[in-house]
Write a protein that binds this ligand. Structure first.
Ligand code: ZN
Length: 141
């Protein structure tokens, strides 16, 4: 059995490794905490970056609209009216017939309103982000 002094000696000898272990676990814990934070609380739209973009047949139209400026905008020569009101975007007066697009209100980045009959997608984006190929939006004409 170890004597008291030997135990202290052993602890002292072992110390550099233990400090390194502590640092490793602290770094790991912080990394997990930060990672979890972004998974559970993704960054929210801010006035500087959130814009409402419109795509027709998968092609982005020239005009973008700030999500934080209230207004009504005629899209695609009157195909529908985009309404932006207090940080939310929705559609009215759509010429699509089924008017399913009227039921959706979007308020956060990557949310979208799809008007399938007119091949229109209205999406909230951050700044200059483009619609990517793996976005899950497909048109069947
Ligand atoms: Zn529609």
């Amino acid at each position: 059995m170890m004597k008291h002094a030997e135990k202290i000696d052993a602890i002292k000898k072992g110390r550099p490794l233990r400090v390194a272990d502590y640092i490793f676990f602290v770094v790991l814990a912080v990394a997990i905490a930060v990672g979890s934070y972004f998974i559970y609380f993704p960054p929210v739209a801010t006035p500087d970056t959130a814009v409402v973009a419109v795509y027709k047949d998968g092609e982005k139209l020239d005009d973008e609209y700030s999500l934080f400026t209230n207004g009504e905008f005629t899209i695609d020569n009157g195909a529908l009216t985009l309404v932006i009101e207090n940080g939310a975007a929705f559609v009215k007066n759509s010429q699509c017939g089924d008017r399913r697009c009227h039921r959706t209100r979007i308020t956060r980045p990557n949310q979208k309103i799809v008007c399938l009959p007119q091949s229109l997608v209205i999406r909230i984006e951050r700044g200059e982000k483009k619609l990517s190929d793996d976005d899950g939006i497909h048109f069947y004409a």
